[in-house]
Design a protein around this ligand. Structure first.
Ligand SMILES: [Zn+2]
Ligand SMILES: [Zn+2]
Length: 149
């Protein structure tokens, strides 16, 4: 099953992943900020991703596939193929790692619709890769910077 598969693999990364079906509003959508603050209260500084299957929205923006704050993120599977959802999850993990949006051909490109998600590569551009790496481990050591080819 999707949830157990991902819960296990993300646990190995020290990342919690929760699946739930939250209460929807009258238009059948859930406010992403409400979910995100719930998650932040529960997990705080521990990285966590909440996965829901309903439509989520951000006030002033409209429907979204995912969003992140601090070390927590939410994503929805709503209207996305499995591959596209996985891309959104990886993108949100990028935010959790401290990356901002990027204009290069890169996992951190913002996407406004499923087509844009489908087009977005699964890999970080070189600049984002190094930013993420530095944020995770501190400055690269001489050894890391010059791996044996
Ligand atoms: Zn983003
Ligand atoms: Zn990038």
């Amino acid at each position: 099953m999707l949830s157990s598969l991902f819960e296990m693999s993300f646990q190995n990364l020290g990342l919690s992943m929760e699946f739930s079906n939250p209460q929807e509003d009258l238009q059948g959508r859930t406010d992403a900020v409400v979910l995100l603050s719930m998650l932040l209260r529960k997990f705080g500084a521990h990285p966590a991703i909440l996965v829901v299957d309903g439509e989520i929205y951000l006030a002033g923006v409209g429907s979204i596939f995912g969003c992140a704050a601090g070390r927590c993120a939410i994503t929805t599977t709503f209207g996305l193929s499995r591959g596209a959802w996985m891309n959104v999850v990886m993108h949100e993990i990028g935010h959790i790692l401290g990356l901002d949006h990027c204009i290069e051909r890169c996992l951190m490109q913002p996407a406004m619709n499923e087509e844009e998600v489908e087009r977005r590569p699964f890999a970080l551009c070189e600049q984002c890769f190094w930013i993420a790496r530095e944020k995770q481990r501190g400055p690269a050591s001489e050894y890391d910077l010059h791996p044996v080819p």
